[in-house]
Write a protein that binds this ligand. Structure first.
Ligand code: ATP
Length: 237
């Protein structure tokens, strides 16, 4: 069967520093797959390479059976891949409403857009209260919600989420992970990068563990969550 996303022997460098070395990974339609690992393991680099923001030195990336690793980012977005990057890259000087509009700018189904706008406000009621507020003046957690909501406004086939729980209070972390589960129920496949391995393994179907750019192991998320070596290394014992 053709995977939705397939990375084959991916190598990514920054100058002569290898950030990802020989990574192979598959994401099947409808799955939540998580990529975990400590700081500098190459997780963000992997997502950036899928999005075309970084070029692989070697290896291949296929989406729905077609090579995408030489396509420019805007073509990759058009195929249905949305990326909510680390560090809440929203448009700070624009309002929440404008950010959501920009998230859906490639779509021309006016009714679908209006419906999705409404469902984002249902998913994140805090954004509704702040529709006309400048995004950059919101709290970190609120900006994080907006980043996720804007990516979803593209109605992606595959959502790449980079550290959505970073810097959030525990109650918001819970909300974000509940939201990831709901996003999948609505038909979007998710590739999730997280340092919060415990929460990521709880929501994901399968997981890949990266260590210094190399794939250390991959398995069902539940199996990894029960593995003492993994809990010790990544889940704080
Ligand atoms: P974290 O969880 O800390 O965000 P990560 O697993 O996402 O880490 P990456 O951000 O992918 O890791 O970084 C992988 C390696 O590549 C690190 O050693 C990092 O220092 C290096 N790196 C990342 N971006 C650049 C860059 N723009 N220039 C040079 N080196 C970089």
């Amino acid at each position: 069967m053709t995977a939705l996303l397939e990375l084959t022997d991916l190598h990514v460098y920054y100058g002569n520093i290898a950030a990802v070395r020989g990574l192979s990974l598959r994401v099947e339609p409808g799955e939540i797959v998580t990529l975990i690992g400590s700081n500098g393991a190459g997780k963000s680099t992997t997502l950036r390479t899928i999005s075309g923001l970084q070029r692989p030195r070697r290896g291949a990336i296929s989406f729905q059976g077609k090579r995408i690793d030489t396509l420019p980012t805007h073509d990759i977005v058009r195929l249905g891949i949305a990326h909510a990057p680390e560090g809440r890259q929203i448009f700070a000087k624009m309002s929440v409403r404008e950010n959501l509009e920009l998230g859906g700018f490639l779509r021309d189904d006016t009714e679908g857009l209006a419906a999705d706008h409404e469902s984002m406000l249902e998913l994140f009621p805090r954004l509704r209260e702040r529709l006309d507020q400048k995004a950059g003046t919101m709290s970190g957690g609120e900006q994080q919600m907006l980043a996720v909501a804007s990516a979803l406004m593209a109605r992606p086939v595959l959502l790449l989420l980079d550290e959505p729980s970073m810097g959030l209070a525990p109650v918001l972390v819970e909300l974000i992970f509940d939201t990831i589960a709901r996003i999948r129920e609505q038909g979007t496949t998710v590739l999730l990068v997280e340092q919060n391995a415990r929460a990521a393994l709880a929501v994901a179907d399968r997981a890949y563990v990266l260590e210094s750019g190399v794939l250390r192991l991959s398995d069902d998320a539940a199996t990894l969550a029960a593995d003492p070596a993994i809990t010790q290394a990544y889940l704080g014992g």
